[in-house]
Design a protein around this ligand. Structure first.
Ligand code: F7E
Length: 332
């Protein structure tokens, strides 16, 4: 009998890579999606289109306990990966209420339904380096205190504590991944790395003349999402539930990513990147760099993709996709 996994957020970057990874390992993969996604499959299911027929999708809303309950009741899941969230930090400043509702209550609904129906199902919570916020020590590891700087970060701290509490109070197998920034060609367009690679490719192709960005001096520890989903799976295979930092251990600035991405296209980012205050955040996280030595030691996990390789892959993918659009075919 194959093991059965449910992924919330299967339509996102991480969900799609995780679904591929679990299928390759022989899992029966199920995904929780919003009903509205079924009405616009080309746009909303684009990252998992190539998996059609190999995964089973269930419509539910993170805002509705009964809808989550019914999905969890339907199948005897062995593992549940809770990745669904409002994950764009800037948006969480614009609408903190909906970020809190879906990220905190959504996590609580999933945990409560699991406890009621399938308490033996292993649970993964997608925690975030944004929980560290204004860092209290560097590099950050599993013992570093949290000091979140955004409603998003606060919602992830709450989710982390909820998951930990179900582990401690109800004996459930709950693991929290504390994942540092991870990206790749499937990244949403608003996140800075994808905004830069797509922007650079558009400029190269003559579709745009400039790219407007905010704080170029923020530093993050960026890895490849395909590497990071392997760690999620490994966490749930351990003898005991625990929390793990997943990171490369190397930080770079947004400016360095611009340099690399534009450089891939023989462009100088300084000619094209314009600073626009609207992309600054009311409270910034200046520096994040993770210490993943616990994951190296206990999970045998290592990242495989360097920062430069990441930029190269993303630029190449954006150039290829944009090069195929009809607008270019017309303009040569
Ligand atoms: O920003 C700066 C911005 O939006 C990175 C999410 O996956 O990782 C991600 O959160 C940095 C920030 O990601 C622009 O101020 C400059 O310092 O790509 P981002 P994030 O906020 O680090 C964590 C681990 C998560 O958990 C989150 O869900 O880049 N920045 N100029 C900009 N950022 C954006 N988005 N757009 C700009 O124009």
């Amino acid at each position: 009998m194959p093991r059965k996994a449910l992924i919330t957020g299967i339509t996102g970057q991480d969900g799609s890579y995780l679904a591929e990874h679990l299928l390759a390992l022989g899992y029966e993969v199920h995904g929780l999606i919003r009903r509205v996604a079924l009405e616009e499959p080309e746009r909303r299911l684009s990252r998992i289109q190539h998996l059609a027929g190999r995964i089973q999708l269930h419509a539910a809303s993170l805002e509705s306990y009964p809808s989550i309950f019914h999905v969890i009741k339907r199948v005897d899941f062995d593992e549940l990966y809770h990745l669904a969230a409002q994950s764009f930090v800037a948006e969480s400043f614009a609408d903190g209420f909906s970020t809190m509702n879906s990220n905190i209550n959504g996590t609580h609904y999933v945990l409560a339904a699991l406890r009621e129906l399938r308490p033996a199902c292993r649970f993964y919570f997608a925690g975030s380096s944004e929980m560290f916020g204004t860092v209290q020590a560097s590099p950050q590891n599993e013992s570093t205190p949290f000091h979140p700087r955004s409603p998003y970060g606060i919602s992830k701290v709450a989710g982390f504590h909820l998951s930990t509490n179900y582990r401690e109070a109800h004996g459930m197998f709950c693991c929290n991944g504390i994942l540092f920034n991870h990206t790749g060609p499937r990244r949403g367009f608003e996140f800075v790395t994808r905004k830069i690679t797509r922007g650079a490719a558009r400029i190269k192709l003559g579709l745009d003349r400039e790219l407007r960005l905010g704080n170029l001096d923020a530093r993050r520890d960026w890895g490849h999402a395909a590497d990071y989903v392997r760690a999620m799976h490994l966490m749930l295979q351990q003898p005991e539930p625990a929390d793990f930092v997943i990171a490369t251990g190397i930080s770079h600035s947004v400016r360095q990513f611009c340099q690399l991405a534009f450089g891939e296209l023989d462009l100088d980012y300084r000619e094209f990147v314009k600073i626009d205050p609207q992309f600054y955040r009311p409270a910034e996280v200046d520096l994040l760099v993770g210490d993943a030595s616990k994951a190296h030691r206990l999970l045998g996990w290592q990242p495989t993709c360097t920062f430069a390789e990441l930029a190269r892959e993303m630029v190449a993918a954006d150039l290829e996709t944009l090069g195929k659009t009809p607008i270019l075919a017309g303009t040569g």
